[in-house]
Ligand binder design. Sequence first.
Ligand SMILES: [Zn+2]
Length: 282
Amino acid sequence: MKILVIGAHEDDIEFRNAGMTIKFKQLGHDVRFLCLCNGNGGHHILSPEETARVRKGETQQVAKILGVQYDIWEDISDCEIEATLENRKRLTRYIREYNPDIICTHRINDYHADHRATAQLVQDASYLLIVPHFCPEVPAMREMPVIMQTVDSFKNPEFRADVIIDIDDEIETKLECVRCHRSQIYEWLPYTKFETVPESEEEKVEWMKGMNITADTTDEEVMAAKRGYSVRFAKVAARFRKELIEKYGEEKGSKVRYAEALMLSEYGKQLTAENKDKYFPF
Ligand SMILES: [Zn+2]
């Protein structure tokens, strides 16, 4: 299978889908990342040009770790992604050329205008993927891909975990991907939150994780924790404990520490009891 993960910004994809990506790759499937802007807005010291260059370098480190092709639409500036006809055509052509079985992206209701525009563009392109006289220069797809939306914490409407993935075996690699985004996790994002980052590399890593999550950590403790990437990824497991137990059984499902979750879009191919394990065989 071919899996295309589309995000607005340079860290969005791996923060939500790195675990799933590792699992797909291990099974011999191809995964590609597409980021719809150059990320040049997110730094308080570097110039926009330097920020875009640094962030591209960070994504290429992630690409190496995960073994994926990581494309960036470098001509689009951060905070300026728009769901225009021009971008709809560009995305339609891009998706058709890759011809994925599964697409993952943001949800339409999201705090960031770029995330919303990205989700809108995927939604707008979805039916057009099979329409032959729209963008006829790239042949239309014959079969609609499954379109999934990646987990977020927005409540209106609430996210539904149609697919839940235990990523305990992949968490260390996922945190390694997070660490590639130094300009974000140790510089820009702490600046926006008035946080002080520790000096040494070891302290930085522990600080980035936010909490030492063990087999004894309860879901309540995870949900009460305020910050850190271990916490963020553990919260997905704590929030969707019921779904984890449904999928993996009481014994295993109750012990999963880290998870990723996906919600099915109504506008792509639909998942059924029969095909769900074919598309998400883990
Ligand atoms: Zn983003």
